[in-house]
Design a protein around this ligand. Structure first.
Ligand code: FAD
Length: 563
């Protein structure tokens, strides 16, 4: 494990790693996928049977890869680009110099995700977060005052007091050390007792409410909440989450999503793309060497535009050119708003309550703008101060978070000039890329008045606003207070045995379905639930010595709140 990257890390016990284990559904996905007995099998007469996978993001590709291993034939529909929100865009003309437009820092607690990273032989390195050991220096610029720090110990007392208040607030409001210990130990009974008590309390209340009404912050100046909002996550993002359900924030900090983050060398998009090209070991039915790519003759099918019930128990999927195919099982692995916008999905496939959940899903907005530089010039020292010319920068100005990516002294560097969420991202939404870059450079000029950053920029900038892309309509889910029941309905939907026949056979997975949206591990874990659901739907089962999430569902299932 690397050292904490969180400025306000809530505890320091590293005797056992905290992983993304529960807390809502404490099933050990990491153990399940690495077990030598495999995830399960389908009856031989199902071998070669087509299963539709709509969406080739990390969730769709994980499910497709595991279903291929079982001898099924995944048919992948993709409206845009394999990888979805894991999008690593290369700068024109600069091989291997990339901008990570979606997910970019991956906590080591994402053990199911790293299973695939490791399987593909990809390398990861510590992400240059504020004050992380991978970051030579950090500048925190708030209310016009600029602070230069090289390590957490250099922070002025106010920051340490805010850190202590956050730790205290977590303990007081959520019995945090007990919760983390139960996750570390994978102690399911203890975890259930602690977490199930917190659900009804904190589902109704926002993150801001949690902070503002805690005793720990109550006797502190208002400025403490502001500063905590600016830098608390170590990414400049906490205050964008202030309206969110406190449960969601508790999950993030309890499972270390905000800690020990790495980037994937060469770009994270290699993970879903790698699964497309990798021939699995121990594959049922298919000849050695079969891959998802080879079964598709090189490219996924076009985007899906229609899903409807056909001939009683079949589901018809129609693509954008009008070709329709029939399936016994269909996995929808995309943002749920797309079911009522990009495509027509027959209403009777989901209950009215499920439609309510799918439509109430709330997305966060996010924008990033990157430039390529001639070299990692920021490491040069200012001859007067002896400090780095430029640092990883957190600010209350328009840019919010500026990240520096050092590809080596002999290669171009990359600067993420601005990474913002919610209203800060909305300020960028209508603006063309030139204007975004100009605004960011103007903001940074106020922090680094003597730096001629513009002289180092080469090539064309790259920008993204996920909310303006019709295949996404937003960056990721951010549940609001009162959304637990919606999350619960979507997450548990893979357990279909008690559902009316008309609603069976369509499964869902991905960031929307996850309890930890905005973190790819949730997309992977929900895909694995869907794999179990589809296998079961087609008459298959997990081996007795490696039971799957559905086999253990009754013992582990998330708390159900009354409707
Ligand atoms: C800005 C941003 C920052 C993030 N940062 C992090 C991070 O640092 N760490 C982390 O762990 N996670 C991060 N995430 C979250 C992570 O990227 C997601 O959880 C994950 O990539 C979601 O995968 P998915 O398969 O659920 O969905 P997607 O990746 O959205 O895949 C869905 C796919 O469906 C396709 N599609 C849409 N409509 C159709 C159609 N009609 N037919 C066929 N296909 C269709 C889309 O084109 C897309 O490829 C971030 C996400 C964003 C946007």
């Amino acid at each position: 494990m690397t050292a904490s990257t969180n400025l306000f890390a809530a505890d320091a016990d590293t005797s056992k790693p905290v992983t993304n284990f529960g807390p809502d559904f404490p099933f050990a996905f990491d153990d399940w996928i690495k077990h030598p007995a495999g995830l399960g099998s389908v009856p031989a007469h199902r071998h070669g049977e087509e299963v539709a996978i709509i969406g080739a993001g990390m969730a769709g590709m994980t499910a497709a890869f595991e279903l291929l291993k079982m001898g099924l034939k995944p048919v992948i529909y993709e409206a845009a680009r394999i990888g979805g929100r894991l999008r690593s865009q290369a700068f024109e003309g600069a091989e291997g110099v990339i901008a990570e437009l979606g997910g970019m820092r991956f906590p080591e607690s994402s053990t199911a995700f790293y299973h695939y990273v490791n399987m593909l032989g990809l390398k990861s390195k510590p992400f240059p977060n504020p004050l992380s050991p991978a970051t030579p220096s950090t500048v925190i610029d708030l209310e016009g005052k600029t602070l230069y720090v090289e390590k957490t110990a250099d922070l002025p007392p106010m920051f340490k007091e805010i850190g202590a208040a956050w730790t205290k607030a977590l303990e007081e409001g959520a019995g945090f050390s007990g919760l983390r210990q139960a996750i570390r130990e994978r102690d399911v009974p203890a975890l259930k007792v602690i977490w199930d008590k917190l659900i009804p309390i904190w589902d109704d209340r926002s993150f801001y409410d949690f902070v503002a009404t805690s005793y720990a912050f109550a006797d502190r100046p208002f400025q403490y909440r502001e500063v905590f909002g600016q830098v608390g996550f170590g990414t400049g993002g906490w205050d964008s989450d202030y309206p969110n359900s406190m449960l969601e924030i508790l999950r993030v900090v309890a499972t270390d999503c905000d800690e020990n983050q790495n980037y994937i060398v060469g770009g994270v998009e290699q993970v879903p793309r790698g699964l497309w090209k990798l021939s699995p070991h121990n594959m049922a039915h298919w000849p050695k060497g079969t891959t998802l790519e080879s079964l598709h003759r090189g490219a996924p099918r076009p985007g899906a535009t229609r899903i409807e019930r056909a001939y009683g128990d079949k589901i018809a999927v129609t693509d954008r050119w009008g070709d329709a195919k029939l399936y016994d099982a269909v996995l929808v692995a995309l943002q749920s708003w797309l079911l009522t916008t990009y495509m027509q999905c027959e209403e009777s496939l989901f209950s009215a309550k499920m439609w309510m959940a799918l439509d109430r899903t709330r997305y966060m907005q996010s924008s990033k703008t990157f430039v390529m530089t001639d070299r990692p010039f920021w490491k040069d020292k200012d001859p007067h101060t002896g400090r780095d010319l430029m640092s990883m920068t957190l600010t209350d100005r328009l840019t919010r978070g500026t990240y520096l990516f050092d590809n080596g002294d002999d290669k171009p560097g990359v600067i993420c000039l601005t990474y913002s969420w919610m209203s800060d991202a909305m300020k960028m939404l209508p603006l063309p890329v030139e204007k975004r870059v100009k605004l960011a450079l103007d903001a940074l000029k106020k922090i680094y008045p003597d730096l001629a950053l513009e002289k180092h920029i080469i090539g064309d900038p790259i920008t993204v606003s996920w909310e303006s892309d019709p295949n996404f309509m937003g960056a990721f889910k951010g549940a609001l207070p009162g959304h637990y029941r919606y999350n619960h309905r979507m997450y548990c939907h893979f357990m279909q045995e008690k559902m009316p026949a008309a609603e069976r056979g369509i499964f869902m997975a991905g960031d929307d379905v996850s309890w930890t949206p905005g973190w790819v591990e949730g997309a992977v874990q929900t895909a694995l639930n869907a794999v179990w659901g589809i296998m079961h739907h087609l008459g298959g089962e997990s081996p007795a010595n490696n039971p799957g999430p559905g086999d253990l569902f009754d013992a582990l299932k998330p708390l159900e709140l009354p409707d």
